[in-house]
Write a protein that binds this ligand. Structure first.
Ligand code: DGJ
Length: 736
């Protein structure tokens, strides 16, 4: 790893494990993008940049050098208004109303380590030797604006982490209309674009399509990262697959409305950019003020999507997630939501704990409905005090009763919301996002609290702290069940109203920072109607997310497969629920539900008091097996083998870091008549070692001995099944 600046050629060179990222200053100080991809030594680094000669309709900034056109120069942080017609990375409006700006190089510095981002989640280092950072200051002297671009490159990974900081040193206020986190110009357009799309209960399905002239836009305007489109985009060489080909991934560490865009220009180059969505955004900068963008994590892989995912998994699991639970086994839980919905009492919850103990479960999570007068979703959000008709002894009493069954106790909150039918709303009707005189549109019969306000933040921190301090609670599920409408804040002046959505996210991050710091022994899991806010920003505060409200085993194959493109297995909650499934009404075997859920952070979400004896026996075995396997599953290296988006079968595997242990999960949705005999090639094993392969669900079956070369080069034998909805595990140990 190294970051160097070559004075003679005015070139910056960032080297990752197997990649290079090169930029060059072009007189009079434009920052040009030169290369991102294969690692090079830099022998002729000053000559890498290719410049077009004169192009009609692409104006030149220098009458004596027609090759100098901002419209054709590949750039790092482009402006608009001064001859580049492609989409800009930023746009600033000055006092005279104009939006023309231009940034020229002013200075740079290179140092070990990685800076923190004030008030924002970010990847980090544990020792300064893990990464190097480069700060390049660009200036618009006419406005008095400095933009500091920060780049960090990790020693052992091919990840470049970027952000921008706007420092206003001029004498009159200016307004940022757009302030993206990253932008770069790739030299051609022979790419396919891949993103993760969906909706409630169908999150993060993989979409892939060729780029063509014009723009491809992936964005959220919902005030949260959303079920619909995840803050992630990748560009792939057309031949790229799981294991081969060039892949460029872009992931935003942010939980609000975002934009990711790829634009193919008339000259066949591709501009990719990502950041806070400029739609309905602006930010007033008074003289002396600063604005920090969120960070974008850019990953290059020459080994297809698998290589990209492994870099994201490692970086996000070890250098984005924080706290004592980062490296700890995640507990196997029972959640009462689908067991009882709003209709429970302390005895019922205790009964679930009694059954949970018999199965070997470790945590009981009490979901929605324990507070205020909440017997449906129509009331009480904001009234964070215990409903003593349901829990007559209070929360501490219930937590103790659960603890007496040797299960830890966890609790659900939805802190960002308020029900119009609540004491909180009656006392503070201006505490929600709203625009005076306009309807307050309800979603799930609730309004969004204005988290940009300090008083709202204080109330929520206090209310949650009181509950968490009052009872032995070791887990919190932090839910959020609607998106923003009528985005306005009662406390912001007109010129700052379009800051509301971003200020909300900053307020949310501040609240999360305070609560997770004050309660370090509590495992926080984020949730937004399932995976509506499964993003890197939330993972910085809460190391796991409820992946989806859809717990059907077949649906989960796509959801978990798609999620794994970016997010580590240790971040994905996955539960076995009852059949017929409550979301799609499908009946799948308990074994298959178990195998799908055991491929994430395992748990149950059904009424344990009504389960038959046979199922209970199987559940006991699932729990015992997961306890044996969870280090491997939660912290091993994950490989995708067969895609549910391409056919009837899905397979993935986990390999321990030391290579000594592995687990394969194979699923077949529909049976076929007279199917061909099939083998499945494994990944990540040692070709020169031998392995013992067993079926952990059939201990009576003999263990087989295979070479790593056979397992990877030829493949394990897949079963021939009669009947739909089948699955099996292969447990693999390296022979001593
Ligand atoms: C949505 C979540 O995704 C569910 O798991 C559950 O907690 C409900 N909210 C409760 O209202």
């Amino acid at each position: 790893m190294a970051i160097t600046f070559d004075q003679a050629t005015q070139t910056f060179h960032l080297q990752g494990k197997a990649s290079s990222y090169i930029m060059q200053l072009v007189s009079p100080g434009y920052l040009a993008h030169v290369h991102w991809g294969a690692r090079v030594r830099g022998t002729n680094i000053g000559s890498l940049l290719m410049r077009r000669r004169r192009c009609s309709f692409s104006p030149s900034t220098d009458p004596n050098d027609l090759s100098l056109s901002l419209d054709t120069l590949p750039q790092e942080y482009p402006a608009f208004g001064g001859s580049d017609f492609r989409m800009p990375a930023y746009q600033v409006q000055t006092e005279n109303g104009a939006t023309v700006s231009e940034l020229l190089y002013a200075s740079h510095r290179i140092y070990s380590g990685k800076p923190k981002l004030e008030g924002l989640p970010a990847t980090y280092v544990e020792s300064v030797s893990e990464a190097e950072s480069l700060e390049i200051t660009l200036s618009d002297a006419i406005i008095g604006l400095n933009v500091i671009l920060t780049y960090t490159v990790y020693r052992d990974m091919d990840a470049i982490v970027r952000s921008a900081r706007f420092v206003h040193e001029g004498e009159v206020p200016i307004k940022l209309l757009r302030a993206l986190s990253c932008s770069l110009d790739l030299p051609h357009a022979e790419f396919e674009e891949l993103h993760l799309s969906g909706t409630w209960a169908r999150e993060r399905h993989i979409e892939r399509r060729p780029l063509s002239a014009g723009g491809t836009v992936i964005e959220s305007r919902r005030g949260s990262s959303s079920h619909s489109l995840n803050p992630f985009i990748a560009l792939l060489s057309p031949d790229a697959d799981e294991d081969h080909g060039d892949v460029y991934g872009f992931s935003l560490v942010y939980s609000g409305s975002f934009l990711a865009q790829a634009e193919v220009d008339p000259y066949g180059t591709t501009r990719v950019a990502m950041g806070i969505n400029p739609f309905d955004f602006s930010w007033l900068l008074e003289p002396g003020e600063q604005f920090q963008t969120p960070e974008a994590v850019m990953v290059y892989s020459a080994e297809g999507l698998g290589g990209m995912s492994q870099t994201y998994h490692r970086l996000y699991r070890t250098r984005l997630c924080r706290g004592v639970f980062r490296d700890r086994h995640r507990p196997i839980l029972i959640n009462n939501w689908e067991a009882t919905y709003f209709h429970f009492n302390a005895d019922k919850i205790e009964a679930l704990a009694v059954e949970g103990r018999k199965l070997g479960l470790e945590l009981l999570v009490l979901d929605d409905g324990w507070f205020g007068k909440r017997d449906s979703d129509a009331s009480s959000l904001g009234d964070w005090f215990v409903d003593t008709t349901k829990l007559p002894g209070g929360m501490a009493d219930l937590a103790e009763r659960v603890k007496a069954q040797e299960l830890a106790f966890g609790l659900w909150f939805e802190p960002e919301m308020v029900s119009p039918d609540s004491e909180l709303y009656r006392a503070h009707p201006d505490w929600c996002l709203h625009v005076p005189g306009r309807r307050r549109t309800e979603g799930r019969k609730q309004l969004v609290l204005d988290f940009s306000r300090r008083d709202v933040q204080e109330y929520i921190v206090q209310a949650l702290s009181d509950i968490l301090a009052s009872s032995p609670i070791t887990y919190v599920k932090w839910d959020m069940n609607r998106n923003m409408t009528e985005i306005g804040s009662a406390l912001l002046r007109p010129a700052r109203q379009r800051e509301t959505a971003h200020r909300y996210i900053l307020g949310l991050y501040d609240v999360l920072e305070r609560l997770t710091t004050a309660f370090p022994h509590v495992l926080f899991e984020s949730c937004s109607g399932g995976g509506g806010r499964f993003d890197p920003g939330m993972l910085y505060y809460m190391p796991q997310t409820w992946t989806s409200d859809n717990t059907d085993a077949v649906e989960r194959l796509k959801i978990q497969y798609g999620t794994s493109l970016v997010y580590p297995i240790s971040t994905m909650g996955a539960h076995v629920s009852a059949v017929p499934n409550h979301q799609v009404h499908r009946t799948t075997p308990l074994a298959m539900r178990g195998h799908a859920a055991m491929s994430g952070n395992f748990g149950y979400e059904l009424d344990l008091t009504t389960i038959g004896e046979d199922d209970k026996e199987l559940m006991k075995r699932q729990v015992a097996l997961y306890k044996e396997l969870r280090s491997l599953i939660q912290f091993g290296v994950f490989h995708r083998l067969l895609s549910p988006f391409e056919g009837n079968e899905t397979a993935w595997m986990f390999v321990a870091e030391d290579g000594k242990e592995a687990l394969v999960a194979y699923f077949q949705v529909l049976a076929k008549p007279n199917p061909p005999l099939k083998k499945l090639k494994l990944k990540g094993l040692a070709a020169d070692r031998n392995y013992l392969v067993a079926d952990p669900d059939a201990p009576e079956e003999p263990t087989e001995r295979w070479g790593g070369d056979e397992l990877m080069g030829i493949g394990i034998h897949l079963p021939v099944w009669k009947g739909d909805l089948r699955s099996r595990l292969y447990r693999i140990h390296m022979e001593e």
